[in-house]
Write a protein that binds this ligand. Structure first.
Ligand SMILES: [Zn+2]
Length: 158
């Protein structure tokens, strides 16, 4: 169940994705929120420099591993503009983070790339739940997913 607080964090993720786009990067943004609602960390894609593993969800998982206890990680929520790729879902699972809420799904992203005539990513976009069973996962969110689509259209559609 996605409430207004979730929506606020998701809107921040979309804003971070737009920041990434405007910085010449791919439009993905994520926010890590503690059990008490505090925003602990946020990031956006940083792959433009040539390291394609620099996804925000991966950065947040590493931040959590360094700064949070296992209990704090399990109680934290990761919000993200686009569903985790398998690499980031695995990092999330290994670090033991909690709930994930995404604005748009990996399946939507792949469909949009196809629509824009852009080659698919080299890594298969498995749903998070196939990579990390038992996790609480919510999304996509109607309306916000279309805002994310528009960012991808600006990035990928020729
Ligand atoms: Zn990723």
């Amino acid at each position: 169940m996605i409430d207004e607080t979730d929506m606020q964090h998701l809107r921040r993720c979309v804003a971070l994705a737009e920041e990434a786009l405007e910085a010449g990067d791919e439009p993905f943004g994520s926010v890590l929120v503690g059990a008490d609602g505090t925003v602990l960390a946020e990031d956006h894609n940083r792959v433009a420099g040539g390291d394609s593993t620099r996804h925000p969800e991966f950065a947040l998982a590493r931040w959590a591993a360094e700064h949070l206890t296992p209990e704090q990680r399990a109680a934290a929520t990761v919000y993200t503009s686009g569903e985790h790729c398998p690499m980031c879902a695995a990092a999330h699972g290994w670090v033991g983070l909690g709930r994930i809420v995404y604005a748009s799904s990996a399946a939507q992203f792949v469909g949009w790339l196809e629509e824009f005539g852009t080659p698919p990513p080299p890594v298969r976009p498995l749903p998070i739940r196939e990579v990390v069973p038992g996790l609480e996962v919510e999304g996509p969110v109607p309306g916000l997913d279309q805002q994310v689509r528009e960012l991808h259209r600006r990035k990928y559609a020729a």
